[in-house]
Design a protein around this ligand. Sequence first.
Ligand code: ARG
Ligand code: ZN
Length: 848
Amino acid sequence: MDGVTLLSDYKPYPFEIASVSLIFRLDPAATRVLATLDVTPRQPGADMVLQGEDLTLISLSLDGRTLAPGDYLLDETGLTLPAAGLPAGPFRLQTEVEIAPAANTALEGLYMSNGMYCTQCEAEGFRHITFYPDRPDVMSRFHVRIESDLPVLLSNGNPVGQGPGWAEWDDPWPKPAYLFALVAGDLRATSGSFTTRSGRKVDLNIWVRPGDEDRCDFALGALARSMTWDEEAYGREYDLDLFNIVAVDDFNMGAMENKGLNIFNSKLVLASPETATDTDYERIEAVIAHEYFHNWTGNRITCRDWFQLCLKEGLTVYRDQSFTRDVRLGGLKRIEDVAALRARQFREDAGPLAHPPRPDRYKEINNFYTATVYEKGAEVVGMLATLLGPEGYRAALDLYFDRHDGQACTIEDWIKVFEDASGRDLSQFKLWYTQAGTPKLTVSETYAAGTLTLDVMQMTPPTPGETEKPPRHIPLAVGLLSPNGDEVVPTVVLELTETRQSFRFEGLSARPVPSILRGFSAPVILERATTPAEQAFLLAHDTDPFNRWEAGRTLARQTLMAMARGEGAQLDYLDAVGRLIADDEADPGFRAACLRLPGEDEIAAALFARGDTPDPEAIRVARRKLMKMLATRHGAALSRVYDSCAVAGPYSPDAGPAGRRALRLATLALLTTEDGGARAAALFAEATNMTESIGALNLLVAEGKGQGQLAGFAARWAADPLVMDKWRMAQGALTPPEDAAETVARLAAAPEFDWKNPNRFRSLLGGFAANHAGFHRADGAGYALYADWLLRLDPLNPQTAARMSTAFETWRRYDAPRQAHAKAALARIAATPGLSRDLGEMVGRLAG
Ligand code: ARG
Ligand code: ZN
């Protein structure tokens, strides 16, 4: 098939490469890479295939003998050495190639960012550096020599020598090429150290550009906290004497777990109270933890092939989420994670891009670094933990590390570990990995003579290429509350395995209120006929924080859906919110989460799911109207909370003060719809931290105001690109829809907008894609503008262009004129000559 890679085609690599030695002579336009591979054939008669793209071959030799062009085949995908010319026993292969890092705008392989050299090799970047079997199941020991006049020269593993203009590194742990990294530049370190529980002293460094040193302390602390947590929660220790993190300004993704040398998008390292929000701090801590945790789940045990990506990513996301739950407020973190899962992964699963956590085909693997692989992959691990219980889960993970350390594994290996550790058959559970789609659970209940019966039905709607959807193995956590709010049956985990099942709870003294899917025990859509009064009861009384929030969310969503269809607001909802605002016992962060209304995209998805055609304008109007109603009805209580939540004293990003700031901003969002922006303007003027500064500015922009504040902000922060990203994001995402496309077009055309930098592009255009009514404007101006910019970025940076194209994944929800505009935009992209494989695959799936 044309350029499609299939899981079923997997074959082991017929050669072993015990060690590889690389010499880099760095030069922006003409870097030389000399590679020496120690090879042992494992299968007589096999050709040796080495990937290599955009490489100029300078020389090639085998056991010291220079090969002539007739001895090998060279094409745009790599180099093949026919079996006939290869020795039967071990041999040494040497290549020299030339590459041009300064011309590398795709940010894949070796490239330059602000005068420094850096690499990104996952998934298939190493083939842009040298000829090599660029696949995760080929693991070898790397020795690296870097020659350059730049002061700091880094690679994986331990430093083994350095002198003027050179440095050498050796990594004792065999690894696949995607974990290779090199950095060279004028960098400054913020350093610390960590002693592992077995007594190994590890030097920790956060490397940044001169001038950024004062924003590294939080990241360094987060690294130490992560190292401690992995020892305690998983018994995993670090295994080198050195751990380096480098912040890079031009980066396609968040960060990368290269062995001993993590490379990060600078936005996920640099933080100071004046420049980073509470959310930024939380995310920095989570991503530092995520990349650190990869050292065991990803590096020591890696993936056999890229279809298995969720083996390392789902597990590592599950680990970083658990870490954040442990070091911050667990209940609130779960709420945030589920909200994000629904906003991104449920949306993906409901549209043309739906795929299983372990897909079985791709054209471009970079297009599969998705919410499904990462976040749904994490949910699947969480379900395994729920099914086995904490001890069972820990025993399974111990077995995983024991059995597979040093290997490149599959989802089958992973499931087998859980089966062996628990004695359970998980073959049905495996469908979570191999099938796409979000199961729908319909639960109904009957009560008679002290017995409550729950009837549960499961159904997964078809997804592209998958019509047959057998029932899944689903852990369903349930508790029962008595009518006075006491918990009469604490949480039990029911296991669903059939299309229809009934569960009985006996010996009850009164009809209880069930609390179903506690903690969001499975990534499903729960449908249950309840009354607003019952939801309000759960919002007030549920002992499970997730389901408490969920009850409020459901009420809010139902009210908003009704209002978007022209009906009135529900009084139960308005009253329940009133009680919550007044409930000073409840955690502020939790109250903030409950006060935030579902976003416009969530409302549109819910309307579409019940068969309506969502009208973006009507949704926006309904949402703003409900905010105003809440502000009118509860104005006095909201102002009281707003005033009482001010956080005094020096800034701390901890969950306590961050929760108070979040509650303050959530109340301010409602108050701003009524006070003409007076409070938001005052807060903006007096704010001493970025959380409140940008929080207030966002609210003013959403009201169509704040021109003066925007100008003031830009004047203050013009020299700080990460802060200016927030300024662009605010305008892209929140400018009222009638002006949004024009505003974005104007900001994008400004000479200071460095659109080739992925963070800049994402802030403005990604912000705009989140501006629901603006992006989905009836005249198609939003789609057209967005397509223009994707086409502009694609020739330079296909990966980011392809990723950003997911803005189009919901176009089928909307009315016929909008669909026609979206289709035309996609067709225009598809018809563009020279379109990248990345964006080509995406628009094909989006339109198909
Ligand atoms: N493994 C990295 C992480 O999860 C993601 C790197 C993906 N990069 C890419 N170009 N596909 O932290
Ligand atoms: Zn990861």
